[in-house]
Design a protein around this ligand. Structure first.
Ligand code: ADP
Ligand code: MG
Length: 502
C-alpha cells in the first residue's frame, strides 16, 4: 500500500514538474515573442525619430527646394505652380457665387452670398458627399457627368429663390485638389492624378473645360469662371478674414500648401503680369523629397505597392490617406512575427482597410480598458487581445502620427523661412520689432479632426521657431475654407456682379 502511494506521489511529482516546465517554457516563449514585438516597435520609433536638429534640416531643405522650383521649370520636386492669383479677397466682395470642390475623399458644393463686408458672408447652402470609389478609376466622362449631375440637383433645390426677371447666369469656382498647370485663373491642365485617383487619358486635359462641357451637355447655364487649387481656396478664405494670412496648408486625404510670393522671386516666369507685385504659388509639396526624411521599411513597401510609386513621398508620410495604412503595416508585421495578435487576420492584410479616422479613435481612446481599440482591432479580424497589446497599438498610432505632424510643422516652417518670416533673417532673431504677425490658414479633415496630430504639429512648430518667433505666427484652422474661399476668390476677380440675392 505504502509502495503504491509512493509510486503515485512520484508520478504526481513528475507530472507537476513537467507541467511547471511547460508553463515556464510557454512563458519564456511568450516573453520571447513579446520581446520580438517590442523590438519591432523600438525599430519603428528609431526610424521615425524627428529630433529638432533633423526638423531644422527639413526646414532648410524645403526652403532650398522652393527656391529651386521658382528658378526653373522642373528644377525641383516641388513644382511651385503659378496660380495667376495676385489679389486675394479682402471682405469687400459682393454677389452670389458657387463652388464645386473635388477633394481626395469628398466633393462639396456650396453657394455663398457676399454683402460687401466680412460680417455679411453667408454660406447659404453646403453639401458634402463621399466620392464613390468607383469614380476614382472611371473615365473622364463619367467623373464630370457625375459632378455636373450633382450640381444640377443642388441648383434644382433652389426652386425659384432668385426670382429674377432675366435668366440667371451662375458663376462657379471649381476647386480642384490635384496638381494642375494653370494657364489662367479660369483654366489649367491636369498634370497627374494623386491620392488613389487613376482616370486614364486625362493628364494634359483642361479641367475647367471638362467640367464646362459636362454642364453644357446637361443644359445648365453655369459658367466655370475660376479653377482654384484647394490650398489657394483656403488662403483666400484666410485672407478674407485676416489680411495677415500669407500661406495655407491642407491636411486632408493628401497634403499641399500655397503661399504668397513676390513676383520678382518667381524667376521662371518672365512676365507674371500682376498689379500687386506678388502671386500665390501652389507648391504641390506632397511631392517634396529629401534623403533626410525619416523613412521606414513600411513607407518603402507602401510606396512600392502604390499606384504612384516614387512619387508624392512627403504626402505618403503625412497625408490622411496613408497614415492608417502605415499603422496597419506595422501591426501586420508584428502579427506575422509573433502570435500576440492571434492567427494572422486576412482582413489585416488588405491595403487601406485601416482608415486614419480609426487611427485617431484608437490614439485618443480614453477608456481605461481601451475598448475603442479593442473594437477597431476586432473589425480588423483581431479579437480579444490583452490590454498590453492594445496599449502597444496605441503606441504605434502615436509614433506614426507624431512623425507626420512634426514633418508637417517643418513644412510650414520651411515656407516661413522662404518668405523671411521665421525670424532667422540676418541674425535679427532677437529683434522683436521686425517680426510681423503671420497667419497660416490650415484646413483638411486630418488637422481638423485629429487632436493629437494638431497638438504635435503646433508643438513642433513652436520648437522649430522658438518662442520669440512663434508668438507672431498664428495657425488658423478653417473648416470648408477651400470651398468657400474659392467662391470668394472668384468674387474678388469679377468686376461685374452676377446674381443678386432676393
Ligand atoms: P478631402 O481630402 O476630400 O478634401 P477632408 O479635408 O475632409 O477631405 O479630409 C478627409 C481626410 O481627413 C480623410 O480621408 C481622413 O484621412 C482624414 N480624417 C477625417 N476625419 C478624421 C479623423 N477623425 N481622424 C483622423 N483623420 C481624419
Ligand atoms: Mg480637401
Amino acid at each position: 500500500m505504502g509502495r503504491v502511494l509512493m509510486t503515485l506521489a512520484a508520478a504526481a511529482a513528475v507530472v507537476a514538474c513537467s507541467v511547471a516546465t511547460m508553463v515556464v517554457r510557454r512563458r519564456m516563449k511568450g516573453r520571447r515573442k513579446w520581446r520580438k514585438v517590442v523590438g519591432i516597435l523600438k525599430d519603428l520609433e528609431e526610424a521615425c525619430e524627428t529630433p529638432l536638429g533633423r526638423l531644422r534640416q527639413m526646414v532648410d531643405a524645403i526652403a532650398v527646394e522652393m527656391q529651386a522650383g521658382l528658378v526653373s521649370e522642373g528644377g525641383s520636386k516641388l513644382k511651385m505652380l503659378l496660380t495667376f492669383v495676385d489679389d486675394l479677397p479682402n471682405g469687400s466682395e459682393r454677389g452670389t457665387y458657387y463652388a464645386l470642390h473635388l477633394g481626395g475623399s469628398y466633393f462639396r458644393i456650396i453657394r455663398v452670398h457676399l454683402g460687401g463686408q466680412r460680417s455679411t458672408l453667408e454660406v447659404q447652402d453646403i453639401e458634402r458627399h463621399s466620392i464613390p470609389t468607383s469614380l476614382m478609376n472611371s473615365t473622364s466622362e463619367v467623373l464630370f457627368d457625375f459632378l455636373a449631375s450633382s450640381l444640377q440637383m443642388f441648383i434644382e433645390k433652389e426652386g425659384n429663390m432668385f426670382n429674377l426677371a432675366q435668366p440667371v447666369k451662375r458663376e462657379l469656382a471649381f476647386t480642384f485638389s490635384f496638381p494642375v498647370k494653370q494657364t489662367s485663373l479660369s483654366s489649367g491642365v491636369l498634370i497627374k492624378w494623386t491620392k488613389g485617383f487613376a482616370i486614364s487619358e486625362m493628364a494634359g486635359e483642361d479641367i475647367a473645360e471638362c467640367l464646362q462641357g459636362a454642364l453644357n451637355k446637361r443644359g445648365l447655364d453655369i459658367r466655370v469662371a475660376a479653377l482654384v487649387n484647394d490650398t489657394v481656396g483656403a488662403l483666400s478664405f484666410g485672407h478674407f478674414h485676416d489680411p495677415d494670412t500669407i500661406a495655407a496648408v491642407v491636411f486632408g486625404t493628401g497634403s499641399n500648401a500655397c503661399y504668397l510670393e513676390r513676383t520678382d522671386a518667381i524667376i521662371k516666369c518672365q512676365n507674371p503680369r500682376t498689379t500687386s507685385g506678388s502671386m500665390v504659388v501652389n507648391m504641390e509639396w506632397g511631392n517634396f523629397w529629401s534623403s533626410r526624411l525619416p523613412r521606414t521599411s513600411y513607407d518603402i513597401e507602401l510606396d512600392a505597392e502604390s499606384m504612384n510609386s516614387n512619387d508624392m513621398g512627403f504626402e505618403k508620410m503625412i497625408g490622411g490617406m496613408y497614415l492608417g495604412d502605415i499603422v496597419r503595416r506595422v501591426i501586420l508585421r508584428m502579427s506575422q512575427e509573433s502570435d500576440i495578435f492571434g492567427p494572422i487576420s486576412s482582413i489585416l492584410s488588405t491595403p487601406f482597410i485601416l482608415r486614419t479616422n480609426s487611427v485617431s479613435a484608437m490614439h485618443e481612446d480614453d477608456t481605461p480598458e481601451l475598448l475603442k481599440v479593442a473594437r477597431i482591432l476586432k473589425d480588423l479580424g483581431v479579437a480579444e487581445v490583452p490590454l498590453k497589446v492594445r496599449k502597444l497599438v496605441v503606441k504605434i498610432c502615436d509614433v506614426v502620427t507624431r512623425r507626420a505632424a512634426r514633418l508637417a510643422a517643418a513644412g510650414i516652417a520651411g515656407i516661413l523661412k522662404k518668405v523671411g518670416r521665421d525670424g532667422s533673417g540676418g541674425g535679427r532673431r532677437s529683434d522683436k520689432q521686425i517680426m510681423r504677425r503671420t497667419v497660416v490658414a490650415v484646413e483638411g479633415g486630418l488637422y481638423l479632426n485629429y487632436r493629437m496630430f494638431r497638438e504635435y504639429m503646433d508643438e513642433a512648430l513652436r520648437d522649430i521657431l522658438g518662442e520669440d518667433v512663434a508668438q507672431h505666427v498664428v495657425v488658423k484652422a478653417m473648416e470648408d475654407g477651400s470651398s468657400i474661399g474659392s467662391a470668394l476668390l472668384l468674387a474678388s476677380s469679377q468686376s461685374v456682379q452676377t446674381i443678386q440675392s432676393v
